[in-house]
Design a protein around this ligand. Structure first.
Ligand code: SF4
Ligand code: SF4
Length: 581
């Protein structure tokens, strides 16, 4: 294509840029004096020494030159002087994509170090939105955005799976508290708190839902979770699509209003907190009439007000804290998590630098969904890995689900041997459950025996003989007929030969891996309806299963597995409920 003829997409990007610009962006686009003071603040620069294409000012210039050429008088009059330049081809747009999606996590650390107040991430997000509007974006961004538009949450969790998980966690809470009234209330009207979560909790980490429920219950809170419109994350923040951002935020706000909730509590998630509490009202162009708060503050207040008691000696393993960029730099949530940590752990070690100066987990800005940039992301994660290692801690705590994934990935890559957890898990572990004193509640009889598995055939697939034995004995003791497979080929062969009602599946196996077996089942018309419960000792591999272009597994358990958890999962997947007394 000739230089004078602009492609349709390039034309649209320029036209739409004029509509997106606001005063804050224009200020940032004009103010840079190229002093270079921001350069070393970027983790990409530190990990790619000598490569100027990672420098914040260089990256910003790729957008700035377009702005100057079309929207600033200097660029129209003396373009060569101010380095103004237009864009003509789709190839140039692809190059811009590589910079704005693949070389920046919008972490805003460079903004802190700019004496001119340039906020690069603000107009980088704007540029992402422009490319998204003409269909140029990493594939993962397209998938996630589609799920959030169409299914209502960014991981494509179906309503029945969400409700199933809440009911399952509710059952576990009742059992743990030995109280039939200890439940997760769904769609309760006029509750004090409406609790919203990240879909990752339903899909990968339901324990965080159970832990939060335990804390609400022990605090005597009047709370609820919505049956729909419960996702507080918002991919519009990462993709730069304000229409998506507004639609997602509006759904949640309207649900809280429909339930007449007094306060929306947002579980631990940096971008969810920023999107829902700080940005969503602007994108959605609405005013809301309820309060919003991070669950970190809710938990802290419960302890301070004496609504729950905690025993910090239950969390003695050395911990450090990773500040999510969105929580800290964009929302100022830095002291509350530390205060909470000091109340529920005995050995907290600060990471340096920290708070507003903390480095990104490198999975921010939607980077976890852009697999084409994974090698680049992990290389830049060296900075974070060194920071973590220097603390000597064994656990890194973070108030962000995105950071949990980013940190887990780099911990594995750099072989740090650390665990990642959230404050809700530590608080739930430290909370003191006081003996109940003859509470006059209406007694609902708990069934003495949960339903047996008689008549059901279950295929247990795992390369570890001990694990196969354990799972088989538990299932057989409860009446199931068990078939055992020690590798992927055996599993597929057995399932094709026998009538199987459910399969438990390990991920990491020699020969055919769990991922391949899983896909083979999903792609086989005879086997695709067999419910599969993943049981793995390597939670970091779960994305191998969940990120396949096939329906996700029906169940998921981390090893070690307790007998109780195994049975409650299996019963749930077989749609077996407790018999009514
Ligand atoms: S510190 Fe600010 S003015 Fe200096 S190069 Fe970076 S963005 Fe430009
Ligand atoms: S926003 Fe973060 S990742 Fe992007 S250029 Fe600035 S420091 Fe680097």
């Amino acid at each position: 294509m000739g230089k004078n003829k602009r492609s349709y997409k390039a034309e649209k990007v320029i036209e739409r840029m004029g509509k997106k610009l606001n005063r804050q962006m224009a200020g940032s686009l004009l103010a840079c004096v190229h002093c270079g003071m921001c350069t070393d603040s970027c983790h990409y620069v530190l990990a790619n020494e000598g490569d100027v294409t990672y420098a914040p000012a260089y990256k910003a210039d790729q957008i700035r030159k377009l702005f100057k050429r079309h929207f600033d008088w200097t660029g129209r009059v003396i373009p060569w002087w101010v380095k103004a330049k237009s864009i003509y081809t789709d190839e140039e747009l692809e190059e811009l994509k590589d910079t704005i999606f693949g070389k920046c996590t919008n972490c805003r650390r460079c903004s802190l170090n700019c004496p001119m107040g340039v906020d690069y991430a603000t107009f980088n997000r704007m540029a992402r939105g422009l490319l998204v509007s003409v269909g140029i974006m990493p594939e993962g961004v397209a998938y996630v955005s589609k799920d959030q538009w169409e299914i209502g949450n960014q991981m494509g969790v179906l309503k029945e799976d969400y409700i199933d998980t809440l009911e399952w966690m509710s059952e576990e809470l009742s059992e743990e508290m030995n109280d039939p009234n200890a439940i997760i209330p769904i769609d309760k009207m006029d509750a004090n708190i409406v609790y919203s979560i990240n879909p990752r909790e339903v899909k990968y980490d339901p324990r965080t839902i159970a832990d939060a429920a335990k804390i609400f219950y022990l605090a005597g809170e009047n709370w609820t979770m919505p049956s729909e419109c419960w996702d507080m994350t918002n991919f519009g923040l990462f993709s730069g699509d304000d229409d998506l951002g507004g639609a997602v935020a509006r759904r949640l706000y309207e649900k809280v209003e429909e339930l007449r909730g007094r306060k929306l509590v947002i579980s631990e998630c940096g971008h969810g907190y920023r999107s829902t509490r700080c940005e969503g009202q602007n994108w959605a162009a609405v005013d809301i009439n309820f309060e919003m708060e991070s669950s970190v503050i809710t938990m802290l207040n419960y302890i301070k007000e004496g609504r729950i008691k905690v025993d910090k000696t239950r969390n003695t393993t050395p911990v450090t804290f990773h500040d999510s960029c969105n929580n800290a730099r964009s929302c100022g949530l830095v002291e509350e998590p530390r205060e909470l940590l000091s109340l529920v752990t005995t050995d907290f070690r600060e990471m340096y630098p920290n708070r507003y100066e903390n480095y990104c987990c490198t999975g921010g800005g939607g980077a976890m969904s852009m697999s084409e940039y994974t090698p680049r992301r992990l290389k830049s994660a060296k900075i974070k890995a060194d920071q973590l290692k220097a603390t000597g801690a064994e656990i890194v705590v973070t108030s962000c689900h995105n950071c949990v994934d980013g940190l887990s990935d780099l911990i594995k890559h750099y072989k740090l041997g650390m665990k990642v957890t959230q404050l809700v898990n530590l608080v739930a572990n430290a909370v003191v459950v006081e003996e109940k004193v003859a509470v006059p509640v209406e007694k609902v009889p708990v069934p003495a025996h949960a339903p047996g598995l008689d008549g059901y055939s279950i295929l247990v697939t795992d390369d570890e003989p001990d694990m196969v034995t354990f799972l088989s004995v538990v299932l057989q003791d409860n009446g199931a007929t068990v078939f055992k497979a020690y590798n992927g080929d055996e599993a597929i062969e057995l399932a094709r030969r026998e009538k199987i009602d459910l399969m438990t599946l390990d991920i990491s196996m020699p020969g055919k891996s769990g991922k391949e077996v899983f896909e083979a089942f999903r792609n086989d018309p005879k086997l695709r309806s067999v419910p599969i419960c993943i049981i793995t000792g390597r939670p970091e591999l779960r994305s191998l299963i969940y990120d396949r272009p096939v329906p996700p597994p029906e169940g998921y358990l981390d090893k070690p597995v307790s007998e109780k958890n195994l049975l409650s999962n299996v019963r749930r997947l077989l749609n077996l409920v407790h018999p009514k007394a």
